[in-house]
Design a protein around this ligand. Structure first.
Ligand code: ADP
Ligand code: ADP
Length: 218
């Protein structure tokens, strides 16, 4: 049976950072909905054009577009053994759609680590985040600096600051998270899948806690 792990947590909690590391350890592809939207924007596809306004405002892209995009991605051969989902689902209808599509793929959500971080920490993390142009690797100017400023350690591409990591948009994204994504914590808790991890710890310690919890469940 394939293994599907959903990483939950507010923007800036460290989902992408941890997914980058544990996808290698677990040998599962890292599927980031935000990265796929940004890739589509860069390539000026129809989906990218439709998503852009929502992303610029820090709002969620409509469920139908997002669900269709993830379904297409999870149907590809590299996801045959499962996937590590980062940034999807983000609303209750997305979570229900995910349950339905994974049943079609003869799988289910196996575990949902919830990376918990307080709101004041998130703003500092997001406004200091630097992202790589080629593959979306993330760094932080203070907490996780690249070896060479402005250059990605993994693939040598240029690092940039995302438009939606500006202070004004960050505040809206956190608000949207509380309104639309928080209900998923309850959804997965009731399903017995939620694993709470303290995301305020150093990156390596969060990774160790995540792997320990996941090894017991997957
Ligand atoms: P998310 O994918 O949940 O939005 P990221 O993984 O992109 O979060 O992390 C947000 C920012 O915080 C990045 O700049 C990252 O380098 C930094 N970061 C991630 N985890 C930690 C941590 N445990 N401690 C300090 N900074 C972190
Ligand atoms: P972060 O890592 O900081 O949480 P993401 O890269 O996951 O940010 O998401 C950036 C933006 O992409 C979101 O603000 C939203 O506009 C869009 N997006 C990403 N995932 C989803 C989703 N599952 N549903 C709707 N919109 C999404």
């Amino acid at each position: 049976m394939p293994t599907y792990v959903v990483l939950l947590g507010p923007p800036g909690a460290g989902k992408g950072t941890q997914a980058q590391i544990i996808s290698k350890t677990m040998d599962l592809p890292h599927i980031s909905s935000g990265d796929i939207f940004r890739e589509n924007m860069k390539n000026q596809t129809e989906l990218g054009r439709q998503a852009k306004g929502y992303m610029d405002r820090g709002e969620l892209v409509p469920d139908d577009l997002t669900i269709a995009m993830i379904r297409e991605r999870l149907s590809r051969p590299d996801c045959a053994r499962g996937a590590l989902l980062d940034g999807f689902p983000r609303t209750p209808p997305q979570a229900q759609a995910l349950d339905g599509m994974l049943a079609e793929f003869n799988g289910r959500v196996n575990a949902v680590p919830y990376i918990k971080v307080s709101e004041n920490v998130l703003i500092e993390r997001l406004t200091g985040r630097w992202t790589c142009r080629a593959q979306g690797h993330v760094f932080h100017e203070k907490f996780n600096p690249p070896e060479k400023p402005g250059v990605c350690d993994y693939d040598g591409s240029e690092l940039y600051q995302r438009d939606d990591d500006k202070a004004e948009t960050v505040a809206n994204r956190i608000k949207v998270y509380f309104a639309q994504t928080m209900p998923l914590i309850d959804y997965y808790q009731k399903a017995g899948l939620l694993i709470e991890v303290d995301g305020a710890q150093p990156i390596e310690k969060v990774t160790a806690d995540l792997l320990e919890a996941l090894q017991a469940r997957t």
